[in-house]
Design a protein around this ligand. Sequence first.
Ligand SMILES: Nc1ncnc2c1ncn2[C@@H]1O[C@H](COP(=O)(O)OP(=O)(O)OP(=O)(O)O)[C@@H](O)[C@H]1O
Ligand SMILES: [Mg+2]
Length: 202
Amino acid sequence: MLRGRRAECEGVERLLARARAGRSGVLVVRGEAGIGKTALLEHASAAATGMRIVRAVGVEAETEFAYAGLHQVCARVLDQVGALPGPQQVALSVALGQRDGDPPDRFLVGLATLSLLAEVAEERPVLCLVDDAQWLDAASAQTLAFVARRAEADRLAMVFALRDPCPDGTGESVRRLAGAARGRARRGGLPSLARHRGVELF
Ligand SMILES: Nc1ncnc2c1ncn2[C@@H]1O[C@H](COP(=O)(O)OP(=O)(O)OP(=O)(O)O)[C@@H](O)[C@H]1O
Ligand SMILES: [Mg+2]
């Protein structure tokens, strides 16, 4: 247990318990540099017994590379892309440089990512960890925000860490990520909001 983070750790553990029970959920961990966001993600990882973990870290030098973040999320589960409907398979494979094609429709890439994670979650509930989301490329942020809004009964837990204040250059898509999580919270789909020592959970 992290020192002084009982409420946040419990929020994360509730999210994992819900995912194991078949209800998807999203947390956005927001706070200033060094406040303990990555530490909380590591706690989530350690607490995710029996779950499949996929993860990405936003990299400042890669914010201009479309789908660089999504590539990290999907890398280890791409072998299951064959289970997706054809158009989704093509869209995701082209987006991630696995096959030739015109730039894919972003909606289809979003659907494909949701389907892929749902497919993986059929075997084991999935925890998707995204650290330093403020540096995600726009295409990945948009896709992951779509998944965060749409995941319902897919046994999928998502935790995003987002630095506050968002540094210069943080894209609109990333800002929307937090909005997507807040929207779910208002609909009652999230563990209760905790605000403690500079970290906010939505
Ligand atoms: N609750 C805690 N108890 C003890 N140590 C902590 C706690 N939270 C964070 N730390 C330690 O403080 C340091 C900074 O934490 P961390 O890297 O998680 O911050 P961060 O919010 O991710 O920062 P950044 O925005 O730069 O990514 C790390 O060495 C971490 O192990
Ligand atoms: Mg960090």
